[in-house]
Design a protein around this ligand. Structure first.
Ligand code: ATP
Length: 267
């Protein structure tokens, strides 16, 4: 996106995240409360991890939760994409890493989010991997500067934790590993509710029940977002058609069960 690499406070709230309650609690303790009430942690002399690795299948809310953490903490958010870091600044990747951390310190409290972080580590040791090697070393140097990292929290995300360079996972780096699983049937309902928060869902539609529908089996959060979008689109189509034919203009235009059925047949 246009904002890539720049800092801003995202507009994602906890309410926008469906399910993932354990993760939310962890991040409340480890990041949000720490940023809002540092004195508590100082009083008790608690020293906690500042680096996290979110791992799990695609589209299950890793980016979303990282943004919500920043929003809830009132912290800035810097979104870095692993592959871009590697390719966009050819020959200057190390400098880019230094600059990213320096920018994060300047705008602390800050969440530094590294998406597809595995891209930085897969080629290490292989031929032509020296760029990655140097980039990775610079990253480790910056991560280890934790003492100077006041108020900078790093969150990495990957679908392939098994290819991650072990050195990155040590305490003080991306030290706390958190699994972001596919949603359970109940969680699918909660995700649908979160996704429908700002949409004209018909009151007759039971999104919690829909999450348990067999048609939703194995769908990820991203799939459910696509489903919600298709249903909204079907409702909009109906509204436009009825406006053109000028028939039944009085019926309220909401997203109904039939629209979800149409959407389910597409997703
Ligand atoms: P990837 O590994 O592909 O980067 P990700 O785990 O970072 O995926 P997100 O980018 O957070 O996934 O999710 C993609 C979209 O799917 C979100 O913008 C949101 O619309 C929807 N989504 C995914 N998970 C959830 C969730 N738990 N609650 C609400 N919406 C979700």
């Amino acid at each position: 996106s246009r904002r890539e690499g720049f800092s801003m406070i995202p507009n994602v709230k906890w309410e926008d995240v469906g399910g993932l309650n354990m993760l939310r609690q962890e991040f409340e303790r480890y990041v949000v409360r720490r940023i809002k009430h540092p004195e508590d942690y100082e009083e008790f002399g608690v020293d906690l991890e500042t680096g996290f690795l979110l791992y799990g299948p695609p589209g299950c809310g890793k980016t979303l939760i990282a943004k919500a953490v920043a929003n809830e903490a009132g912290a800035n958010f810097i979104h870095i994409k692993g592959p871009e870091l590697l390719n966009k600044y050819v020959g200057e990747s190390e400098l880019a890493v230094r600059m990213i951390f320096s920018r994060a310190r300047t705008c602390s409290p800050c969440i530094l989010f590294f998406d597809e972080i595995d891209a930085l580590t897969t080629k290490r040791g292989k031929e032509g991997g020296w760029v990655v090697e140097r980039l990775l070393n610079q990253l480790l140097i910056e991560l280890d500067g934790a003492e100077q990292r006041h108020g900078v929290y790093v969150i990495g995300a990957t679908n392939r934790p098994e290819v991650m360079d072990r050195a990155l996972l040590r305490p003080g780096r991306f030290g706390k590993l958190l699994y972001v699983p596919l949603p359970t049937p109940d969680e699918r309902g909660l995700i649908l509710k979160a996704l429908g928060r700002r949409k004209p869902i018909d009151p007759s539609v039971d999104l919690l029940a829909m999450g348990k529908n067999t048609g939703c089996e194995n769908l990820s959060g991203a799939d459910l977002a696509a489903l919600m979008n298709e249903a909204a689109m079907a409702a909009l189509e109906e509204k436009l058609t009825s406006e053109i034919s000028n028939s039944d203009a009085s019926s309220p235009c909401t997203i109904k069960a039939t629209h979800f059925e149409q959407a389910l047949s597409k997703v």
